[in-house]
Design a protein around this ligand. Structure first.
Ligand SMILES: *Cc1c(COP(=O)(O)O)cnc(C)c1O
Length: 358
């Protein structure tokens, strides 16, 4: 080790899903939306000007903040935006998790939380999900430095009822509680309304999944004006111009077409329900998902082998080599056609495996 390496901030980075690029691939591994962004976004994209590259963006990202506040019926002082919800969450960890007591999050959850905690030197403690992969709210009633969890949870897809979320907030009035709602638009109930009632609640959402804009990187959150002010203070002490001008414009346009949004999200939910039936028919087991993915295991088909076999056919799903979930696959809901290809493969694979065992 070189002498200078002693002073390096060493981190074990988050591992994102692969981004392969085969024309024939069925990509169900990173929870992207299979449908294009709404036509208003495509139109706006054609209208972008060189000026949007030459000029700095508004540091307060005002046009997008205003559009979000309008859309959700909030005040603009209750809205903060960032480069994907990852940026919003990282900024929130940096800003609000600054005590000596450990922050709490589930043992099976978004695998960026422990990475940020390590990066920012925040002590943390994982709380085990139940055997059915549900969050046990009572585990979060002890002294802590903050609470964060996704709802629906990832990669399980399981939703925690709003009443239980409110119980967790009520038991944690002395710390900030972050609810990461990356998948809330696929049938879950948002905690957004509780922001009026609890000044320690931050609700984080994203355009990456339900609004088909993962490539553009737009995330946002809601909180009381004081929380949002603290977030902006941290942001302006780090990088004033996190979001670029095209993102601000295209993001606002993404909110214009409610009918398109409802239709595409509805299609994904319908495909999800059909996929649940077909996976169950093949003997897969899974907790009930309220997201755009299904986290499934099979008593006879080892997940890692299946993951590799799928990949050979350019069907990509996500596999986590981690305690408790190393026999599961997280399968993103694509189009009906994509799910037909997946299910067709699984039928053949299962037959072939049964033949081998016989
Ligand atoms: C996808 C995801 C995010 C981050 O999404 P962005 O693309 O950065 O907005 C955050 N939390 C969870 C639980 C996610 O699955």
């Amino acid at each position: 080790m070189a002498k200078w390496e002693e002073n390096v901030r060493k981190v074990v980075p988050y591992t994102p899903g692969e981004q392969p690029d085969f024309p024939d691939m069925v990509k169900l591994n990173t929870n992207e939306n299979p449908y294009p962004p709404c036509p208003a976004v495509q139109e706006k994209l054609r209208g972008l000007r060189y000026e949007d590259l030459r000029l700095y963006p508004a540091p307060g990202a005002d046009s997008l903040v205003d559009a979000l506040a309008d859309y959700y019926g909030m005040q603009k002082e209750q809205v903060f935006v960032g480069v994907g919800s990852d940026d919003v969450l990282a900024m929130a960890f940096l800003t609000f998790f600054n005590g000596d007591k450990p922050i709490l999050f589930p043992d099976i959850t978004y695998s960026f939380y422990d990475v940020w905690a390590e990066l920012f030197r925040i002590p943390y403690e994982r709380q085990p999900l139940s055997g059915a992969f549900t969050i046990v709210k009572e585990d979060y009633y002890k002294p802590n430095g903050g609470v964060v969890f996704p709802n629906p949870n990832a990669p399980t897809g399981v939703e925690l009822p709003l009443a239980d979320i409110e119980d967790i907030i009520r038991h944690n009035r002395d710390v900030v509680v972050i609810v990461d709602e990356a998948y809330i638009d696929f049938g879950g109930v948002s905690a957004r309304g509780l922001v009026e009632k609890y000044d320690n609640l931050l609700v984080v959402q994203t355009f990456s999944k339900s609004r088909s804009m993962a490539g553009l990187r737009i995330g946002y959150c809601f909180g009381c004006p004081k929380l949002i002010r603290y977030l902006n203070d941290a942001k302006y002490s780090f990088n004033s111009y996190t979001m670029n001008r095209p993102s601000l414009e295209l993001g606002a346009a993404a909110l214009w077409d409610e009918a398109y949004f409802r239709e595409t999200v509805g299609r994904i939910m319908a495909t999800r329900e059909r996929t649940k039936e077909r996976l169950a028919g093949l003997g897969f087991q899974f907790a009930d998902s309220k997201s755009n993915f299904i986290f499934a295991t099979h008593p006879q088909l080892p997940a890692r082998e299946l993951f590799e076999a799928l990949k050979e056919k350019h069907i990509y799903v996500r596999y986590f080599s981690k305690p408790r979930i190393d026999n599961y696959l997280r399968i993103t809901i694509g189009t009906d056609e994509q799910m037909d290809i997946l299910i067709g493969f699984l039928e053949e694979y299962k037959k072939a495996m049964a033949g081998e065992r016989a």
